[in-house]
Design a protein around this ligand. Structure first.
Ligand code: ZN
Length: 387
């Protein structure tokens, strides 16, 4: 199958200017000046982007596609997310996780949900484990999960500095990370220890302690919610200078911001001002997770975080400059790919997976979403899927 996207204002994520993008099978074959590629005589699907922006499909390191919540009782459980919700948000590679509740939610169910997203065309992945340590697993062993279960790329979200976590010791965290490192080595996946950081005063101290007391490499670790407070963001900047990654949660609420949450764009600026390595900052949506809803300061319940928060963030960044747009985009694409060991994703370049989002003029919605060369959204869907 051949697809030619004409007149795309490409952000790879760095700005490339106007390009024609040729897709063969599930890969990007060429990015050339407009008009340089000629599909005449070939069975080719053409889409004219008309100069609109094209970006790599977003990689989201934290989603809860099988639902989340459950805090405060069973009535606060949130539901499953549809593939369409991710596609319309431009997310082609959601990574599914369990969180607080690994009792009434299981990895088996998460696996089924992730495979359902794959059947809908997405490059969905998952973590083994959950908040709790010892981590729940699919096969009875974390290393075996990474080696034997293809969509499993690590463990997460393992909770530290949070009253809802199991207060793992440094030795327990080190053992967990070592199991992931071995599974990542044997499977060639790299392995990721995705860490939920709560609002406890220790912040990232447990991860620093693991690195100080073991031979484990810092890039193995991707702590999230680092924009929970100013103090945690300062720690996160230092963590990236040490070689680790740090993930900024984009979903928030006015109440959480009032309580100290730093909105994503501000968090990026603050982290960079604190000397963070710009290649080691990622964004996630936490889609499917629960957000507390307050009325007059009283917890009234939980609402579900949604996947559609990356595009508005990009649109806001674009008002500043193309450079800021590209910088924010890197946190949703190539930086996440690096953190998660996804060598073929996160960039628009020949040989890379053909995961691409064309944006409308407002930059807040896609006109087309293509994943592994297949149009999942947009007016070429029927043409592209006709044999
Ligand atoms: Zn979390």
């Amino acid at each position: 199958m051949l697809t030619l996207l004409r007149n795309v204002d490409c952000f790879a994520p760095e700005p490339l200017g106007l390009r024609d993008v040729l897709i063969t099978g599930d890969r990007i074959a060429a990015l050339e000046a407009p008009g340089a590629l000629n599909g005449a005589g070939l069975p080719i699907v053409e889409i004219d982007a008309g100069g609109r922006r094209g970006v790599p499909g977003f990689i989201d390191p934290l989603t809860h596609p099988a639902g989340g919540g459950g805090e405060g009782g069973f009535h606060n459980r949130t539901g499953e997310l549809s593939a369409e919700a991710f596609i319309r948000a431009g997310i082609t590679a959601p990574v599914g996780a369990l969180g607080t509740d690994s009792i009434t939610r299981s990895l088996d169910v998460l696996y089924g949900t992730v495979m359902g997203l794959r059947a809908a065309g997405l490059q969905a992945l998952m973590y083994s484990g959950a908040y709790r340590v010892p981590a729940p697993t699919l096969t009875g062993d974390l290393t075996r999960d990474l080696v034997l279960i293809e969509p499993v790329i690590g463990v997460g979200e393992v909770a530290i500095s949070d009253h809802r976590g199991s207060q793992p010791t440094i030795d327990e965290l080190a053992r967990l990370a070592a199991d992931v490192a071995l599974g990542g080595t044997l499977s060639g996946k790299g392995g990721t220890v995705f860490v939920h950081v709560g609002d406890g005063p220790g912040g990232l101290d447990p991860l620093e302690a693991v690195l100080n007391s073991s031979d484990l490499p810092a890039p193995l670790f991707l702590p999230t919610h680092v924009n929970r407070s100013r103090a945690l963001l300062v720690q996160a900047a230092a963590f990236t200078r040490r070689g680790g990654f740090a993930d900024i949660t984009v979903s928030t609420t006015p109440e959480l911001v009032a309580a100290g949450d730093i909105p994503a764009l501000q968090a990026l600026e603050d982290a960079l001002a604190d000397g963070a390595d710009p290649r080691r900052l990622t964004f996630s949506t936490d889609a499917g997770g629960s957000l507390p809803r307050y009325v007059d300061g009283v917890l009234e319940g939980l609402t579900q975080a949604t996947p559609d928060v990356f595009l508005p963030l990009l649109a806001t960044a674009a008002q500043d400059s193309d450079a800021r747009f590209a910088q924010v985009l890197a946190g949703m694409t190539c930086n996440s790919a690096e953190a998660l060991g996804l060598a073929r994703q996160g960039r628009l370049a020949p040989g890379m997976s053909a995961d691409l989002v064309l944006l409308d003029d407002s930059l807040t919605a896609p006109t087309h979403v293509i994943c592994r060369g297949r149009a999942l959204f947009g007016d070429a869907v029927s043409a592209a899927n006709t044999p």
